[in-house]
Design a protein around this ligand. Structure first.
Ligand code: NAD
Length: 553
């Protein structure tokens, strides 16, 4: 029986032992599709997160996908092109059940305007990273990454935590909504600006955001008190970041850390320009795209200029993966890239070891399954400080949304070992149902994104998209259940290509084989990608873990 969903009553949370499909593998993918909508930002329009990231191209396409997943046999493969099912071909039981290509536009045509036109004609949709691949798990998906960034900054600049420190950010959407909780977990007094009161309320309702201040003055009083008392606190403020950031700078206040997670990547469907209401923006999306793009860019120029001013006065300022520097530079801010990207600044040593955001979803719908896997993590990785610290914090702070899920940054060999052990627990009946394993597309071997993931790679290979393509082909040969190649849509058109993967632990020997091959090869490729770019951490990993990288002499 599916569970009620207080957030979106029409979109129930799948759960229970009854299957609608012919096997658990197909049922698992169906549940994951249902899940991304149950935790999505605007499921009525199939939008999951990042302004336009969709689970399927249209409701007709969605119905077609659901029907195929229910009716298909294990020796068939469902083909999906930009969120629309196009065929069910005969393969074999070790082949992926679903393969997708989403939003891949030929180079010279890969521009936001072309994407919007193709989308208007119903020919394409953007799958975000994890929306169209049915892997999104709510704001939890990005929370450990955000937390780890805050902790790296804390270690480098503030003695190990952020107690008594002021973090200023914006964006309380599907991903940005993780910021207040991640900030609080790191000890900060964090102020999160969002133009949409609904988003702020939603984050408060699910326990990610503590307070919503009525105005900037009150917000700053609350933050100031928390700083003085060295008390962790998250405060939301409804307003436009392009107004609030410069106003804070004008008052001479210098936050310790400044970033932003508005949907600045998309000037039409994401960012809200200064002086416009959300309704005005909606009214211009079809017929006033040019006007909207110009207005958004002008606001982003002010927004980023304020961020640069904070940087000049000593704040730790970083881009959190939303293309805001790129938009500002195109608007004339020549030094926008003085602001570093989070991947290069804080996380690359982890990615170079293929340590990244691995995740799993309890398909039974039972929270106790995640609790058991939390225990297992502590048993299996007692010396891994990142993991033990994270499990303790996650248990204490992170509320479940949709299917109970967990994310943890694990690397080569670790992911495989955990997943295979979980498969045994499913087989033994220790867990109440199968578990799906997946990861973010922002992972070592899985993404080419020269302004986010692969910015300033040591060997200059930033824009080479061969890696995610090799990853996808390799994962098909490695028996993964779902494999997808996504490229950027909306404002991300032309900026990125990524690969996603899902493998289901249903307790069978066949699942054990799939988990072993797919997860091992996926992280091995991640290590190889960084070894090939000359990163010492990756070369160390190659040697220590016997990664089959071919090093030319
Ligand atoms: P979203 O569309 O769900 O939320 C964006 C939020 O920004 C909305 O709540 C919107 O009201 C708010 N907003 C827009 N313009 C504003 C303005 N001028 N002032 C204040 N608030 C404004 O998007 P999301 O899923 O939260 O993603 C946010 C951005 O982060 C996207 O660009 C996305 O691609 C990027 N992202 C980064 C990572 C990462 O790993 N760092 C991961 C996922 C997404």
């Amino acid at each position: 029986m599916p569970k009620a969903n207080p957030r979106h009553p029409k979109f129930l949370i799948p759960s229970g032992p009854e299957l609608r499909a012919k096997g658990w593998r197909q049922e698992a993918l169906l549940r994951l599709l249902e899940n991304v909508l149950s935790v999505g930002e605007d499921p009525d329009n199939l939008v999951v997160y990042a302004a336009l990231g969709k689970a399927a191209r249209s409701w007709a396409a969605h119905r077609g996908i659901v029907k195929a997943l229910i009716e298909m046999d294990e020796d068939q493969t469902l083909l999906i092109q930009s969120g629309k099912p196009i065929g069910l071909v005969k393969t074999h039981a070790k082949a992926p059940l679903v393969i997708m290509a989403n939003c891949n536009i030929v180079g010279q045509w890969a521009k936001a305007e072309v994407f919007y036109e193709l989308q208007r004609k119903g020919l394409i949709c953007w799958g975000g990273l994890t929306a169209g691949a049915w892997q999104y798990i709510g704001s939890q998906g990005v929370i450990q990454g955000t937390y780890e960034i805050f902790m790296r900054i804390a270690e480098r600049r503030f003695g190990g935590d952020l107690y008594g420190r002021f973090v200023l950010t914006a964006g309380l959407g599907g991903m940005g909504g993780a910021q207040p909780l991640a900030g609080r977990m790191a000890g900060a007094a964090i102020l999160c600006v969002d133009i949409d009161p609904e988003r702020a309320r939603k984050r408060q309702q699910i326990g990610y955001l503590q307070e919503i201040a009525p105005d900037l003055d009150s917000a700053l009083v609350m933050i100031d008190a928390a700083i003085k008392e060295k008390r962790a606190l998250s405060v939301g403020l409804v307003g436009n970041a392009a107004e609030i950031y410069p106003e804070i700078a004008r008052r001479g206040i210098v936050p310790d850390v400044v970033t932003d997670q508005t949907s600045a990547h998309d000037l039409v469907y994401g960012y809200v320009p200064k002086g416009m209401s959300i309704d005005q923006v909606r009214g211009l999306r079809d017929d006033g795209q040019g006007q909207l793009m110009a207005a958004s860019r002008a606001s982003i120029v002010e927004h980023v200029t304020a961020m640069l001013e904070f940087q000049k006065r000593g704040s730790e300022v970083f881009d959190n993966g939303n293309l805001i520097r790129t938009q500002a530079r195109e608007g004339g801010v020549a030094n926008a890239f003085d602001i570093p990207i989070f991947t290069e600044a804080y996380l690359r040593p982890l990615f170079a070891r293929a340590i990244g955001p691995f995740r799993w979803m309890a398909l039974s719908g039972e929270e106790s399954d995640i609790a058991r896997i939390d225990d297992l993590l502590l048993e299996m990785f007692p010396d891994n400080k990142i993991i033990t610290n994270w499990v303790r914090l996650a248990r204490e702070h992170i509320p479940f949304e949709g299917l109970p899920a967990r994310i943890a940054w694990l690397g080569h060999g670790e992911r495989t070992a955990l997943a295979r052990r979980v498969n045994e627990l499913v087989a033994d009946g220790e867990l109440k149902g199968p578990v799906a394993f997946s990861r973010d597309h922002l992972d070592a071997g899985a993404m080419a994104h020269p302004n986010i993931m692969t910015e300033r790679m040591k060997d200059g290979s930033d824009a080479i998209a061969d890696w995610p393509l090799i990853d996808a082909m390799m994962l098909c040969s490695s028996m993964a259940d779902l494999v997808v190649v996504h490229s950027g849509g909306g404002g991300y058109a032309g900026y990125m290509t990524s690969c996603g993967v899902t493998v289901v632990a249903d307790g069978t020997d066949a699942a054990d084989e799939r988990l072993d091959y797919a997860l091992t090869n996926d992280t091995a490729l991640g290590v190889m990608r960084y070894a090939d770019a000359g990163y010492d951490e990756a070369l160390d990993e190659v040697a220590k873990k016997d990664v089959p990288y071919i090093r030319l002499s």
